[in-house]
Design a protein around this ligand. Sequence first.
Ligand code: UD1
Length: 421
Amino acid sequence: MDKLLITGGGELQGNVRVSGAKNAALPILAATLLADGPSQISNVPHLHDVTTMIALLGSLGAGVTVDESMTIEIDASELTSQRAPYELVKTMRASFLVLGPLLARFGAAEVSLPGGCAIGARPVDQHLKGFAAMGAQIDVKDGYVFARSDGRLKGARVVMDMVTVTGTENVLMAAVLAEGRSTIENAAREPEVTDLCEYLIAMGARIEGVGSDTLIIDGVERLTGHPYTVMPDRVECGTYLVAAAITGGRVKCTHARPNTMSAVLDKLRAAGAEIVEADDSISLDMYGARPKAVDIRTAPYPGFPTDMQAQFVALNSIAEGASRVTETIFENRFMHVQELNRLGADIQIDGNTAVIHGVDRLAAAPVMATDLRASFSLVLAALVAEGKTLIDRIYHIDRGYECIEEKLAGIGGEVQRVSGR
Ligand code: UD1
């Protein structure tokens, strides 16, 4: 199992090219199942989760070709299977996103219940509620969801009990081919949902209210494959900005989309960073200063993203002052805290809040990555810790961060991948 060996110290400085967004690429790749004819999807990040989704589409019988620039052409005109097996779904919760498209286009789907990060119960009841409202018959048996519909799905009003990103996406993808009008209320407003809407519209879908919490969908009989470029990854971008901030450094993230990142940029400013936003880049400069502690409360978009929570816990751990970071989306998303404390941080958990007293210095220790975003918080802490930190189980990081060693090396981080047993 690979590990990362990180030598702490030194301000990070330089440019980072932001990759395409994993959380937009995955639903968009699933949505290619809705179309007749090929779609060419570009700016797709080269990540394990993307490889898993491509393998899943291939196993369903879709034609998949990948060129050298990671533009992926997918043709789902003729599928041979409507079954997404446990082996492919267990490693990645987003595999569940094929259920809506398969059901809408072929009237049947068998999809294993999902796995993914161990950050909470993460049920799929809202997805299933939406499909049932559209007339699908849903049975859950032996760890699989069996969904069927006699003829086309019927447009329906779906009110989500809570804001769910993949739940909104799955129901949306089913609704675009349903007969008549659907509305999704309390829909997720995350930019990745908007990116999916734009791809669906490019293929011929009729969706109103894009970017709002009410999506109105008039079902069409067919969609036609279309080229699409995936949006930049706001979480990856935010993470590299925190890397600069935690080391007192200066980084410019290029190929970014600043207008999707206001909550994170506001908190970085509050932590003492100077931020300059351009059309497609963000520059951050700490002028060598130690960050100031900032309180955080995660919330659905446009609130502060839960996927940036762990990184800000790391930032606060060496900041000047005390802070409270409250997690409202997932019930078990503080697994990084114990590991950060091993590096010398002073963090207590009080219910769903991490109470952090900033310390002057962190010191290297062996630590273990536990989930995707939590893993990067350990990388961030290691970049400022004195000595060499060995991070185990970094397969979690590889699920979501493209070329991490190259990108960190490009801004002066000393990071080495060590192959272990
Ligand atoms: C997506 C993101 C993930 C991010 C999360 C929240 C992808 C591939 N992943 O995950 O990176 O951390 O949004 O922004 O886009 N819930 C239910 N029932 C459901 C669905 C969700 O109770 O049917 C609950 C979940 O347990 C959780 C909350 O709703 O507490 C939000 O989850 P959700 O938005 O669905 O997260 P994901 O879409 O899985």
